[in-house]
Design a protein around this ligand. Structure first.
Ligand SMILES: [Zn+2]
Length: 454
């Protein structure tokens, strides 16, 4: 498979009008399938007095209510006796997966083998759009657990003909890279940064290894940290956005937004009130709907599922790579966004400040931030801790200027509060391993809002 081609060219380059017609056909089929096969949707349509047949085109999904992770948890054991989202016979289920989420019982996910093939198809398209071919050998750092990521990539690798090294974590011995000479690694941006730093400390030179592209996923990152990661490894870094719920979007070699596999998953972007769609180009909340091909079966269907991630549609036009499927901006977690003085602030806004090129002579890139109340009710304090390569020879003034400067540059509302003295930014410099998040289990939370609300 030569570089620059598509995994499924006919579908990936479909003209917009044909693609929209295909989406509408699949919306109709999937909605009817859900109503016919899942106890949850059977009740849901009845309760909301909506006939599944009334949903004719994708915009009609706006008339249906939204569901969320909470809805799934409320319709499965132990709350209910049955898994009400299950939408086929148990005998058709090939695997049961779970997503941990941040609270409560994990959500159960049921996949038929056809579901797995469709999940893998999405990753195949993403990998091929990033230039992967049968000549590639890939280290999978994503964990082979109850979520679908690592296994889906492995099935996708088989379909493309790639080799796979299924390590399942990023803390592997550098010998793996030197001995087997894999061409790529899939992992989260920060784990790849840490791995890159470790290789340097161990004296592994770029010519000792064969990595020529990296795939980062699992958490959002700032453009600045991607740029630094790409420099550290000397190769392009491609972003992916995947979840057990079925979003599997990937950036192509154009590095100009993530392609959404529109024939398999429908993505709407809602306004903050969750009442309507925003215009393309405006930021909002991503809401996904599974799309099944006519005649297809699925273990679990999601209609109007709130991802709790914010994004925006950058284009529905043809990309430089030839694909017509729409592109979205790197989604950010709503849970990693805080509001101060009426302005939204995501952890990526702080990350962009940390990763200013001038700073990276002194910093590892690891950081954490806390929002605290100030001495008076009108004050707020943003405490940012950064890790230094060597605290004794860190130009703290330079780091502070660049970090604060970049952070406030795109936050004019906060810059005003900062100039008036209402917003204080306090920077702390730690040695490597000195951040609080290193002692926490699970996914590190880099922006913590510690204000007390009354
Ligand atoms: Zn593209």
């Amino acid at each position: 498979m030569p570089v620059g081609t598509c995994f499924s060219p006919a579908i990936e380059t479909l003209e917009r009008s044909d693609l929209d017609a295909l989406i509408d056909e699949r919306v109709r089929y999937t909605v009817q399938y859900a109503a016919d096969h899942s106890p949850f949707y059977r009740h849901w349509f009845r309760e909301n007095r909506i006939e599944p047949k009334e949903i004719r085109v994708h915009d009609d999904l706006l008339t249906l209510p939204l569901i969320s992770g909470k809805t799934i948890r409320e319709h499965q054991p132990p709350v209910k006796t049955e898994f009400e989202f299950l939408s086929t016979d148990w005998s058709d289920i090939f695997s049961i997966q779970e997503t941990s989420g941040t609270s409560g019982t994990p959500k159960g996910f049921f996949l038929t083998w056809d579901d797995w093939k469709r999940y893998a198809e999405k990753y195949c398209r993403s990998f091929v759009s990033q230039g992967f071919t049968s000549r590639d050998r890939i280290v999978v750092c994503a964990s082979y657990g109850m979520n679908v990521g690592a296994n889906t990539m492995t099935i996708a690798a088989q379909k493309i003909g790639m080799g796979i090294i299924p390590i399942g974590k990023c803390s592997f011995d550098s010998r793996i890279l030197v001995s087997y000479r894999p061409t790529s690694i899939v992992g989260s941006a920060f784990k790849l940064l840490r791995l890159g730093r470790r290789l340097k400390e161990e004296g592994v030179k770029p010519e000792d290894i064969a990595i020529d592209k990296l795939v980062a996923g699992g958490e959002s990152f700032a453009e600045e940290s991607r740029k630094y990661l790409a420099e550290q490894w000397g190769c392009p870094v491609y972003n992916t956005y995947g979840s057990t719920e079925g979003t599997m979007c990937g950036e192509c070699t154009e590095l100009n937004g993530l392609h959404v596999p529109e024939d398999l998953v429908h993505l709407d972007v809602y306004d903050p009130q969750m009442e309507g769609f925003v215009k393309d180009g405006d930021c909002g909340r991503g809401v996904l709907t599974t799309l099944l091909p006519v005649g297809g079966k699925s273990g679990m269907i999601l209609l109007n599922y709130d991802t709790e991630d914010t994004t925006l549609i950058t284009s529905r036009g043809r990309c430089g790579c030839g694909r017509t499927h729409m592109r979205i901006y790197n989604p950010q977690r709503e849970a990693e966004t805080a509001w101060i003085f009426g302005n939204s602030m995501n952890r990526a806004d702080i990350e962009a400040g940390v990763f200013q090129p001038e700073n990276m002579e002194y910093l590892t890139g690891e950081y954490e931030a806390f929002i605290d109340g100030g001495e008076s009710p009108d004050e707020m304090v943003l405490r940012i801790s950064v890790e230094c390569l060597d605290p004794d020879r860190c130009n703290r003034r330079l780091v502070e200027d660049h970090l604060t400067g970049r952070f406030l540059k795109f936050k004019p509302g906060l810059a005003g509060q900062y100039d008036d003295g209402n917003l204080k930014i306090v920077l702390t410099f730690t040695r490597t391993g000195g951040l609080e998040l290193h002692s926490m289990k699970g996914r590190p939370k880099r922006l913590v809002d510690r204000r007390r609300y009354t």
